[in-house]
Design a protein around this ligand. Sequence first.
Ligand SMILES: O=C(O)/C=C/c1cccc(O)c1O
Ligand SMILES: [Fe+2]
Length: 314
Amino acid sequence: MTLALVTMSHSPLLDHAEPPAEVAGAVQGAFADARAFVEDYDPTLVVSFAPDHYNGFFYDLMPPFCIGYEAVGVGDYGTTEGPLNVPAERAEELAQWVADRDIDVAISRRMEVDHGAIQPLEILFGGIDTVPTIPVFVNGVAEPFVTMRRVRRLGETIGGFLATLKDERVLVLGSGGLSHDPPVPQWATAGEAVRAMLLDGRHPTAAARDARQQRVIDTAKAFTAGTATIRDLNPEWDRALMATFASGDLAPVDAMTPRQMAEDAGNSAHEVRTWVAAFAALGAAGPYEVEHSFYRPIREYIAGFGVMAARTAA
Ligand SMILES: O=C(O)/C=C/c1cccc(O)c1O
Ligand SMILES: [Fe+2]
């Protein structure tokens, strides 16, 4: 049984910032390579590991992981709004498989997903309902965080299930990271109004959404100009982590701690949990080979921006 993988940074600033043409062109080239890889593999099923940014998951009930039986894009930053094409029975089988193997995972019969889940589907498939997709939420912004070993085990367990699907060609996606520190609010430092949003800020007014998004766009401009107070990108950290993923031995990620990750690579570096889960899932089907690897630190996008594509070795 073979599996294939694409992991990619996302950034809502892709459509709201203008890096030098050479940089934007290089990113678009990496997307084109990933698209060609996916077209060649021609998946029949996608399992998408993605974080959320207080658009679908809030502190009134914040699970570390959640498998969606149905899902709907909320349309933040102009991303596609509406239902994903989720094969509900497969998603139920997956959740049961995971539960049977001692991993406690939430499920949702109406998961709301944001640019973290939507952007890779738009980039790779041109839409959010073209290929059946099981969305798996992996918390990457809201403390407390489970251990990285736990994330790796979730990925391995899901990969074990996918490897049994002899009639499917499964593509696993990981969305987010790498080093970056966009101004996503945090409970510990938030005032009363922002805490109310973090608690249950579903379905904001258009004006409230615009204000929140404008703050991120303005921060990206300031970051590019060197005047923002957010943590800098960390290309060394990013490249070392990508080398670990390429090596096929994910054991070193178990030693990464949330505190050190935030210190080294910013508060949103926790989004790399989606990459860990995706690579662990891929590895569950056997040794793999990386076919595409792209990396650039891009301040305009507030992202150590990476794209990798890999598949089970022949
Ligand atoms: O506005 C948000 O919630 C997040 C924005 C953002 C910016 C840059 C990189 C990312 O991964 C993001 O989610
Ligand atoms: Fe993000």
